[in-house]
Design a protein. Sequence first.
Length: 311
Amino acid sequence: MKNRIAELDYLKSIFILLMIVFHLVYIGDKYPYAKSLVYTFHMPAFLIISGYVMNIAKGIRPFLRTMWWIFIPYAVMETGYVVMSAILPVRESVEHLSVSLWLDKLFLHPLGPYWYLHTLMLCGLTYLLVDKLTGKWSNTVSVLIILALCYAVLSACGILSLINALYFTAGVALRRSSFDFRTFFSASFWALLPVIWLAADETNLNKSTLSGAALTYLMISFLLAVYRYLPDYLKKGLGYIGSHTFVLLVFSPVFTMAVKPLVPVLAFEPTGMLFLCVSLCFCVIGSFAIAWIMDKLNFSRFFWGKARMLS
Protein backbone atom coordinates (compact mmCIF):
# COMPACT_ATOMS: atom_id res chain seq x y z
CA MET A 1 0.00 0.00 0.00
CA LYS A 2 1.29 3.44 -0.94
CA ASN A 3 0.10 5.04 2.30
CA ARG A 4 0.97 2.71 5.14
CA ILE A 5 -1.49 2.14 7.97
CA ALA A 6 0.36 2.24 11.26
CA GLU A 7 -2.00 -0.21 12.95
CA LEU A 8 -1.44 -2.81 10.23
CA ASP A 9 2.33 -2.57 10.59
CA TYR A 10 1.91 -2.97 14.34
CA LEU A 11 -0.25 -6.07 13.91
CA LYS A 12 2.18 -7.56 11.40
CA SER A 13 5.04 -7.02 13.83
CA ILE A 14 3.21 -8.89 16.61
CA PHE A 15 2.31 -11.79 14.34
CA ILE A 16 5.79 -12.11 12.81
CA LEU A 17 7.39 -12.09 16.26
CA LEU A 18 4.97 -14.80 17.40
CA MET A 19 5.85 -16.78 14.29
CA ILE A 20 9.55 -16.61 15.13
CA VAL A 21 8.97 -17.51 18.79
CA PHE A 22 7.06 -20.68 17.97
CA HIS A 23 9.46 -21.66 15.21
CA LEU A 24 11.91 -22.12 18.06
CA VAL A 25 11.51 -25.86 18.54
CA TYR A 26 12.42 -25.72 22.22
CA ILE A 27 9.70 -23.17 22.99
CA GLY A 28 7.09 -24.96 20.90
CA ASP A 29 7.80 -28.25 22.65
CA LYS A 30 7.87 -26.66 26.10
CA TYR A 31 4.61 -24.76 25.65
CA PRO A 32 2.48 -26.84 23.26
CA TYR A 33 -0.83 -25.32 24.39
CA ALA A 34 0.43 -21.78 23.82
CA LYS A 35 1.73 -22.87 20.43
CA SER A 36 -1.67 -24.30 19.50
CA LEU A 37 -3.37 -21.07 20.56
CA VAL A 38 -0.99 -18.83 18.64
CA TYR A 39 -1.14 -21.04 15.54
CA THR A 40 -4.92 -20.66 15.59
CA PHE A 41 -4.82 -16.94 14.89
CA HIS A 42 -1.40 -15.54 13.95
CA MET A 43 -1.05 -16.74 10.35
CA PRO A 44 -4.79 -16.43 9.60
CA ALA A 45 -4.54 -12.81 10.74
CA PHE A 46 -1.42 -12.35 8.60
CA LEU A 47 -3.27 -13.75 5.58
CA ILE A 48 -6.26 -11.46 6.17
CA ILE A 49 -3.92 -8.46 6.23
CA SER A 50 -2.14 -9.78 3.11
CA GLY A 51 -5.43 -9.99 1.23
CA TYR A 52 -6.39 -6.52 2.46
CA VAL A 53 -3.19 -4.85 1.24
CA MET A 54 -2.92 -6.86 -2.01
CA ASN A 55 -2.94 -4.13 -4.66
CA ILE A 56 -3.96 -5.40 -8.09
CA ALA A 57 -5.14 -1.94 -9.19
CA LYS A 58 -1.63 -0.78 -10.00
CA GLY A 59 -1.64 -2.68 -13.29
CA ILE A 60 -0.62 -6.11 -14.53
CA ARG A 61 3.06 -5.45 -15.21
CA PRO A 62 3.81 -3.70 -11.90
CA PHE A 63 1.91 -6.41 -10.04
CA LEU A 64 3.78 -9.21 -11.80
CA ARG A 65 7.04 -7.43 -11.03
CA THR A 66 6.08 -7.40 -7.36
CA MET A 67 5.35 -11.13 -7.48
CA TRP A 68 8.66 -11.77 -9.23
CA TRP A 69 10.61 -10.06 -6.47
CA ILE A 70 8.78 -12.14 -3.91
CA PHE A 71 9.59 -15.27 -5.90
CA ILE A 72 13.35 -14.62 -6.12
CA PRO A 73 13.99 -14.53 -2.32
CA TYR A 74 11.49 -17.38 -1.90
CA ALA A 75 13.24 -19.52 -4.51
CA VAL A 76 16.70 -18.91 -3.05
CA MET A 77 15.69 -19.61 0.54
CA GLU A 78 13.37 -22.53 -0.22
CA THR A 79 16.16 -24.14 -2.24
CA GLY A 80 18.54 -23.67 0.66
CA TYR A 81 16.00 -25.09 3.09
CA VAL A 82 15.43 -28.19 0.95
CA VAL A 83 19.18 -28.79 0.69
CA MET A 84 19.72 -28.32 4.43
CA SER A 85 16.77 -30.62 5.17
CA ALA A 86 18.65 -33.39 3.39
CA ILE A 87 21.77 -32.76 5.49
CA LEU A 88 20.63 -31.69 8.96
CA PRO A 89 18.45 -33.71 11.36
CA VAL A 90 15.35 -31.53 11.08
CA ARG A 91 11.73 -32.60 11.48
CA GLU A 92 10.87 -32.03 7.83
CA SER A 93 13.77 -33.95 6.37
CA VAL A 94 14.13 -35.33 2.84
CA GLU A 95 15.81 -38.63 2.13
CA HIS A 96 17.53 -37.70 -1.11
CA LEU A 97 17.91 -34.67 -3.33
CA SER A 98 16.83 -34.59 -6.94
CA VAL A 99 15.77 -32.04 -9.52
CA SER A 100 12.19 -33.37 -9.48
CA LEU A 101 12.06 -33.06 -5.68
CA TRP A 102 13.40 -29.52 -5.83
CA LEU A 103 10.86 -28.47 -8.49
CA ASP A 104 8.05 -30.07 -6.51
CA LYS A 105 8.99 -28.23 -3.31
CA LEU A 106 9.60 -24.95 -5.13
CA PHE A 107 6.42 -24.75 -7.19
CA LEU A 108 3.90 -27.13 -5.64
CA HIS A 109 4.59 -28.28 -2.09
CA PRO A 110 7.04 -25.98 -0.29
CA LEU A 111 9.00 -27.39 2.59
CA GLY A 112 9.33 -25.59 5.88
CA PRO A 113 8.35 -22.04 6.86
CA TYR A 114 8.33 -20.57 3.35
CA TRP A 115 4.84 -21.91 2.63
CA TYR A 116 3.42 -18.47 3.41
CA LEU A 117 5.28 -16.82 0.51
CA HIS A 118 4.17 -19.64 -1.80
CA THR A 119 0.55 -19.13 -0.66
CA LEU A 120 0.84 -15.35 -1.02
CA MET A 121 2.07 -15.56 -4.60
CA LEU A 122 -0.46 -18.20 -5.63
CA CYS A 123 -3.37 -16.36 -4.03
CA GLY A 124 -2.25 -13.03 -5.46
CA LEU A 125 -1.78 -14.28 -9.01
CA THR A 126 -5.12 -16.10 -8.94
CA TYR A 127 -6.82 -12.98 -7.63
CA LEU A 128 -5.34 -10.89 -10.44
CA LEU A 129 -6.41 -13.43 -13.06
CA VAL A 130 -9.98 -13.67 -11.76
CA ASP A 131 -10.33 -9.89 -11.48
CA LYS A 132 -9.06 -9.29 -15.00
CA LEU A 133 -11.12 -12.08 -16.59
CA THR A 134 -14.35 -11.01 -14.94
CA GLY A 135 -13.67 -7.35 -15.67
CA LYS A 136 -16.49 -4.84 -15.36
CA TRP A 137 -19.22 -7.45 -15.90
CA SER A 138 -19.00 -8.91 -12.41
CA ASN A 139 -19.53 -7.33 -9.02
CA THR A 140 -17.44 -7.91 -5.92
CA VAL A 141 -19.56 -10.83 -4.71
CA SER A 142 -19.15 -12.63 -8.04
CA VAL A 143 -15.40 -12.07 -7.98
CA LEU A 144 -15.15 -13.46 -4.46
CA ILE A 145 -17.23 -16.54 -5.32
CA ILE A 146 -15.17 -17.30 -8.43
CA LEU A 147 -11.98 -16.66 -6.47
CA ALA A 148 -13.03 -19.07 -3.73
CA LEU A 149 -13.90 -21.71 -6.34
CA CYS A 150 -10.48 -21.32 -7.95
CA TYR A 151 -8.81 -21.74 -4.57
CA ALA A 152 -10.95 -24.85 -3.96
CA VAL A 153 -9.70 -26.35 -7.22
CA LEU A 154 -6.08 -25.60 -6.30
CA SER A 155 -6.72 -27.14 -2.89
CA ALA A 156 -8.20 -30.28 -4.46
CA CYS A 157 -5.02 -30.54 -6.53
CA GLY A 158 -2.99 -30.43 -3.33
CA ILE A 159 -1.22 -27.19 -4.26
CA LEU A 160 -2.85 -24.79 -1.80
CA SER A 161 -4.45 -24.95 1.63
CA LEU A 162 -8.08 -23.92 1.16
CA ILE A 163 -8.48 -22.51 4.67
CA ASN A 164 -5.40 -20.31 4.24
CA ALA A 165 -6.72 -19.09 0.90
CA LEU A 166 -10.11 -18.30 2.43
CA TYR A 167 -8.51 -16.14 5.12
CA PHE A 168 -6.71 -14.31 2.31
CA THR A 169 -10.06 -13.98 0.50
CA ALA A 170 -11.59 -12.47 3.64
CA GLY A 171 -8.97 -9.73 3.48
CA VAL A 172 -9.72 -9.17 -0.20
CA ALA A 173 -13.45 -8.94 0.58
CA LEU A 174 -12.79 -6.38 3.29
CA ARG A 175 -10.59 -4.34 0.95
CA ARG A 176 -13.23 -4.31 -1.81
CA SER A 177 -15.97 -3.32 0.61
CA SER A 178 -16.60 0.11 2.08
CA PHE A 179 -15.23 -0.93 5.49
CA ASP A 180 -11.92 0.31 6.80
CA PHE A 181 -9.83 -2.42 8.44
CA ARG A 182 -9.83 -0.58 11.75
CA THR A 183 -13.59 -0.14 11.60
CA PHE A 184 -14.37 -3.77 10.88
CA PHE A 185 -11.95 -5.03 13.53
CA SER A 186 -13.22 -2.73 16.23
CA ALA A 187 -10.62 -2.20 18.97
CA SER A 188 -11.83 -3.52 22.32
CA PHE A 189 -10.26 -4.85 25.49
CA TRP A 190 -13.49 -6.76 26.08
CA ALA A 191 -12.44 -9.07 23.25
CA LEU A 192 -10.04 -10.74 25.67
CA LEU A 193 -12.91 -12.28 27.66
CA PRO A 194 -14.28 -14.48 24.83
CA VAL A 195 -10.67 -15.27 23.84
CA ILE A 196 -10.09 -16.74 27.30
CA TRP A 197 -13.41 -18.60 27.15
CA LEU A 198 -12.68 -20.10 23.72
CA ALA A 199 -9.05 -20.89 24.52
CA ALA A 200 -10.10 -22.82 27.64
CA ASP A 201 -11.35 -25.62 25.36
CA GLU A 202 -8.53 -27.06 23.28
CA THR A 203 -10.97 -28.22 20.59
CA ASN A 204 -11.48 -24.55 19.69
CA LEU A 205 -7.80 -24.14 18.81
CA ASN A 206 -8.22 -24.88 15.14
CA LYS A 207 -8.03 -22.20 12.46
CA SER A 208 -10.31 -24.28 10.20
CA THR A 209 -13.29 -23.93 12.53
CA LEU A 210 -15.66 -21.08 13.33
CA SER A 211 -14.09 -20.82 16.78
CA GLY A 212 -10.71 -20.41 15.11
CA ALA A 213 -12.05 -17.61 12.92
CA ALA A 214 -13.61 -16.01 15.99
CA LEU A 215 -10.32 -16.19 17.88
CA THR A 216 -8.59 -14.52 14.93
CA TYR A 217 -11.11 -11.66 14.89
CA LEU A 218 -11.03 -11.23 18.66
CA MET A 219 -7.24 -11.22 18.91
CA ILE A 220 -6.98 -8.55 16.21
CA SER A 221 -9.60 -6.51 18.07
CA PHE A 222 -7.78 -6.88 21.38
CA LEU A 223 -4.36 -6.05 19.91
CA LEU A 224 -5.75 -2.92 18.27
CA ALA A 225 -7.04 -1.82 21.67
CA VAL A 226 -3.58 -2.38 23.18
CA TYR A 227 -2.00 -0.31 20.38
CA ARG A 228 -3.78 2.85 21.55
CA TYR A 229 -1.95 2.80 24.89
CA LEU A 230 1.54 1.91 23.73
CA PRO A 231 4.23 4.58 24.16
CA ASP A 232 5.35 6.26 20.96
CA TYR A 233 8.82 4.72 20.98
CA LEU A 234 7.31 1.22 21.13
CA LYS A 235 4.83 2.04 18.38
CA LYS A 236 7.71 3.28 16.23
CA GLY A 237 9.86 0.20 16.88
CA LEU A 238 7.07 -2.27 16.23
CA GLY A 239 6.01 -0.27 13.19
CA TYR A 240 9.51 -0.59 11.75
CA ILE A 241 9.48 -4.33 12.28
CA GLY A 242 6.00 -4.57 10.78
CA SER A 243 7.01 -2.63 7.69
CA HIS A 244 9.90 -5.06 7.11
CA THR A 245 8.24 -8.40 7.84
CA PHE A 246 9.44 -9.68 4.46
CA VAL A 247 13.01 -9.57 5.75
CA LEU A 248 12.07 -11.60 8.83
CA LEU A 249 9.99 -14.05 6.83
CA VAL A 250 12.95 -14.74 4.56
CA PHE A 251 15.89 -14.82 6.99
CA SER A 252 14.54 -15.73 10.43
CA PRO A 253 14.41 -19.50 9.70
CA VAL A 254 18.20 -19.40 9.35
CA PHE A 255 18.51 -18.11 12.88
CA THR A 256 15.79 -20.25 14.47
CA MET A 257 17.97 -23.20 13.47
CA ALA A 258 21.20 -21.45 14.47
CA VAL A 259 20.08 -20.80 18.07
CA LYS A 260 19.49 -24.47 18.90
CA PRO A 261 22.94 -24.79 20.60
CA LEU A 262 21.80 -22.12 23.08
CA VAL A 263 19.29 -24.53 24.64
CA PRO A 264 21.78 -26.34 26.92
CA VAL A 265 23.69 -23.11 27.59
CA LEU A 266 20.58 -21.37 28.95
CA ALA A 267 19.02 -24.46 30.50
CA PHE A 268 19.74 -23.11 34.01
CA GLU A 269 16.63 -20.90 33.57
CA PRO A 270 13.83 -23.48 33.74
CA THR A 271 10.93 -21.53 32.17
CA GLY A 272 12.69 -21.05 28.81
CA MET A 273 11.88 -17.34 28.82
CA LEU A 274 15.55 -16.37 28.83
CA PHE A 275 16.14 -18.59 25.83
CA LEU A 276 13.07 -17.09 24.15
CA CYS A 277 14.20 -13.49 24.67
CA VAL A 278 17.81 -14.09 23.66
CA SER A 279 16.84 -16.16 20.62
CA LEU A 280 14.16 -13.72 19.47
CA CYS A 281 16.60 -10.81 19.64
CA PHE A 282 19.21 -12.87 17.81
CA CYS A 283 16.75 -13.81 15.05
CA VAL A 284 15.45 -10.27 14.53
CA ILE A 285 18.84 -8.52 14.71
CA GLY A 286 20.49 -11.21 12.60
CA SER A 287 17.83 -10.97 9.89
CA PHE A 288 18.10 -7.19 9.71
CA ALA A 289 21.90 -7.44 9.74
CA ILE A 290 21.85 -9.62 6.62
CA ALA A 291 19.51 -7.19 4.87
CA TRP A 292 21.72 -4.24 5.93
CA ILE A 293 24.85 -5.95 4.57
CA MET A 294 23.06 -6.68 1.31
CA ASP A 295 22.11 -3.00 1.06
CA LYS A 296 25.71 -1.92 1.70
CA LEU A 297 27.08 -4.36 -0.87
CA ASN A 298 24.51 -3.21 -3.45
CA PHE A 299 23.24 -6.78 -3.65
CA SER A 300 19.67 -5.91 -2.70
CA ARG A 301 18.76 -4.97 -6.27
CA PHE A 302 19.41 -8.58 -7.32
CA PHE A 303 17.66 -10.18 -4.36
CA TRP A 304 14.80 -7.82 -3.48
CA GLY A 305 14.49 -5.88 -6.72
CA LYS A 306 15.27 -2.55 -5.08
CA ALA A 307 18.42 -0.59 -4.28
CA ARG A 308 17.76 -0.64 -0.53
CA MET A 309 15.56 -2.98 1.45
CA LEU A 310 15.92 -1.23 4.81
CA SER A 311 14.65 2.32 5.01
